[in-house]
Design a protein. Structure first.
Length: 561
């Protein structure tokens, strides 16, 4: 009887404990629920001065856990703060993720018994994780708000599930690290950003325009140039025994010694002619302050976050701003060539697709815009142009199209509003597409192709096409792409070229192609490459990155030159 009484007492005691726990949880839950409901209704919810931003993901996260608190572990809180404190290395802004508010609420929670505080702490930590995770995974900026022609294959995951798993496993920091782009190129660029950050706060001279400096010359600007090249890694740090204040010796003002090798290296890294002559463009590159280099790196880190996890085992990648193309097979670069891209008013778009087939000896059906803007003025000024360039002229479209004699057309009477003809350039040495084109059908009508104008590849800035990409050595690319097509080799390709008529070759396995726009990257030797922003896209992206989560620009004081 006594045992039964004791057992009943224990059950009552346990019931009371469970009831108290339930009441405590329900008390906390009400505060989380009320804020989530406000967010779902479209009302702003602010913790301190920080608004909650991840509306949908917050609701999904707390609904899945019956609105119970999630951030009860101080270790988890500290891991999130650590990730936020380091996030500037990725070109993102710690304050976007409630950095100060998180620190403040942790401090307050140690001695503040306000009933609202636990729920507020929980919500703001969840919001910070979800927003940071989203920016690492997909980028902070929507690329189409920067350029309507930019199509990104952004990575996506259900972040409320990612957060739940991170808290359950106790791996908050590591989970956030895993959301960064896995590409080694991204991590090399982020690492170089940390190196550049070490230069912030140092004096950085602004070189005035002056006489061109050539090897052997003496110039008072050279000591400062030497110091800049040392800081940027283009010149080795002097030995301790030889250290002295640069400029204190007449020798420092001479363009001699290792400076003769360092200047061309610096020029090449900046896409300049590595002629060793310090002129206007080289001085402009030297005048580029560390903070400006960092901002440019930030823009390109963001572009990496717009890409999928993998570019493919085998792929072709065109860097529009770098004017080059690479082909990669199983992580190894097997081709590297120069390319020609669209001009500022006919920019090559950014997107990814797959090369599905090749056309040897292609015809060129002139797009209507080019017919009106380019071809018609040439025809009017030179009546022999069409025959000389091997064009056929068709009237009408589709099944009703009929070939006509160009001499029968009154070209002088035609205009944009009165042009019912189609121009098709036939295969041959004058064809604008050369002898091969690489097709990945897309809404932009853009592709890679050969060109009869090989001399243009000697130019440093190659923005002269109408949007398509001209390839320097296209038949090397064709042979690599056709390795998987057993009957196509060098001899077969040569025979196809001799036919003087179009030959279509479908790839057995389509190959991914990525048209990207990178103005900075770290090459395989560990050098930071910097190119001119030929389409003016960096500034818009940098401004968007520097704005907070609500779109307000966060100004950074400009360092004195």
């Amino acid at each position: 009887m006594q045992d039964a009484t004791l057992s009943a007492t224990k059950k009552s005691y346990l019931l009371i404990i469970m009831l108290l726990a339930f009441m405590q949880n329900a008390y906390s839950d009400d505060r989380i629920i009320s804020r989530i409901e406000a967010l779902q209704s479209g009302y702003p919810v602010t913790i301190g001065d920080s608004p909650l931003n991840a509306r949908a993901a917050l609701a999904q996260f707390y609904e899945a856990r019956d609105y119970q608190p999630a951030w009860t572990s101080p270790a988890a809180q500290n891991e999130l703060l650590k990730a936020i404190n380091e996030i500037s290395d990725e070109g993102l802004i710690p304050s976007d993720y409630h950095q100060e508010a998180l620190r403040d609420i942790i401090q307050r929670s140690q001695d503040d018994t306000t009933p609202e505080l636990p729920a507020e702490l929980d919500l703001i930590f969840s919001d910070a994780f979800l927003l940071l995770g989203s920016h690492l995974l997909e980028g902070k900026v929507n690329p189409q708000t920067i350029d309507a022609e930019w199509t990104a294959n952004r990575r996506q995951r259900q972040l409320h599930l990612v957060l739940a798993e991170a808290l359950q496993s106790g791996q908050v920091y590591q989970t956030l690290q895993s959301l960064k782009p896995p590409a080694p190129a991204y991590h090399r660029l982020a690492s170089y950003r940390r190196q550049l950050s070490a230069l912030l706060g140092r004096p950085w001279p602004l070189h005035e325009a002056g006489p061109t400096i050539r090897p052997g010359d003496s110039d008072p600007r050279l000591p400062a140039i030497r110091q800049q090249l040392i800081l940027l890694g283009d010149l080795p740090v002097p030995d301790n025994d030889s250290q002295h204040e640069l400029g204190s010796s007449p020798v420092d003002q001479l363009y001699t010694g290792n400076l003769i090798q360092a200047i061309p290296t610096f020029q090449a890294r900046h896409g300049l002619d590595p002629d060793g002559i310090i002129g206007r463009k080289t001085l402009a590159a030297l005048n580029m302050m560390p903070i400006e280099r960092i901002r440019q790196v930030d823009a390109n880190l963001e572009r990496w976050r717009w890409l999928p996890d993998s570019l493919g085992d085998t792929y072709v990648l065109v860097n529009i701003a770098g004017f080059d193309m690479v082909m990669v097979e199983n992580g190894e670069e097997v081709l590297h060539q120069r390319v020609i891209v669209g001009g500022p008013f006919r920019q090559t778009p950014v997107f990814s697709d797959r090369i599905r087939y090749l056309v040897f000896n292609p015809t060129w059906t002139v797009p209507r815009t080019l017919m009106i803007q380019d071809q018609l003025p040439r025809i009017k000024s030179d009546p022999s142009y069409l025959k000389r360039m091997n064009f056929k002229v068709y009237k009408g479209w589709g099944a009703n199209q009929v070939e006509i004699d160009p001499d029968e057309v009154n070209w002088a009477s035609l205009s944009a509003d009165n042009f019912s003809y189609q121009l098709v350039q036939q295969p041959g040495p004058t064809n604008s597409l050369g002898q091969v084109k690489f097709m990945f059908p897309n809404k932009h009508a853009v592709y890679l192709h050969d060109t009869p104008g090989q001399y243009h590849f000697s130019r440093l800035e190659r923005t002269i096409s109408s949007g398509c990409i001209r390839v320097e050595r296209p038949f090397e690319l064709a042979e690599r792409l056709l390795i998987g097509n057993s009957r196509w080799n060098h001899d077969n390709i040569s025979q196809a070229r001799e036919l003087k008529e179009p030959v279509n070759v479908v790839l057995n396995k389509p190959v991914p192609v990525h048209l990207q726009y990178w103005t900075t990257w770290v090459d395989k030797f560990g050098n930071l490459q910097i190119r001119e922003d030929v389409y003016g896209r960096d500034r818009r992206l940098i401004d968007a990155l520097r704005s907070d989560a609500q779109g307000n620009l966060q100004l950074t004081p400009r360092s004195k030159r």
